[in-house]
Design a protein around this ligand. Sequence first.
Ligand code: ADP
Length: 269
Amino acid sequence: VYELYGRNVQMESEEKGTIFVHRNRTKEFELDQMKSDLVSTVSHELRTPLSSILGFAELLLVKDLKPARQKKYIETIHREGGRLTSLINDFLDLQRMEAGRQEYEMEEVDLSSLMLEVVDTFEPNQPEHTFVVKDRLQYGRIHADKGKIVQGVTNIIGNAVKFSPEGGEVKIELANEQNMVRVKISDEGLGIPEKELPHLFSKFHRINDEDRRKIRGTGLGLAVTKQIVEDHKGRIEVASTEGEGSSFCLFFPLAGVEFDMEELPEGSE
Ligand code: ADP
């Protein structure tokens, strides 16, 4: 969006002229959009945990409660505080990455062992889901910020768990595809309506259907993951059938491989 405005000026030589100034207002409009998205997220996602923190803290202050009940309330306060922290962290992370101010600590990372580590953090906490890892990697070393990759894949596996029923299987497949490593994370969950797919990675975008309304979230996880993957010169793809499940593929370039752009799969630039 461009704004064009003119201003009459008097030149030194007494000639009259008009200076036209092009001002790129795209950023300002994006900022406005982000502010209004933020406001609507604030009203839901900040208020809900805050009011339960305040409510339970007040009960603890004014009531003479048994220790077991006190512990329950403190656990709730702790959980809701954690939720607030991750919303704020995701939001700030995304802003930093978008502004190109994120500093990545790059090292050579073995994706096979990294993925096993991530799955190990899920397994004890999600006993109602089965995690299956199929590692067909021949070369799995990528150049990456380990913490950021963990954050990105954790978002995707977290969603696979969150949006699929108890007893569901979450499959993690690793394979080489041309000069890339492909990490495919599939679930047997709700799936994603086709019309939602183009907006899925936008900030704050959530699907507002009957099944999903009660599942909490911020709509920032996928935007954060996409940004992380792209900052690693990779890409992310999604395929889904409503009612059957979804699969997300994350592609990362192998470490130490010279790139011939012609050889890369389409859309990877
Ligand atoms: P959040 O999970 O916090 O809502 P995300 O950005 O991670 O935010 O995801 C955006 C939306 O995409 C989710 O609200 C959900 O509706 C949909 N979604 C993401 N992953 C899945 C999945 N594996 N299965 C079904 N829906 C999904």
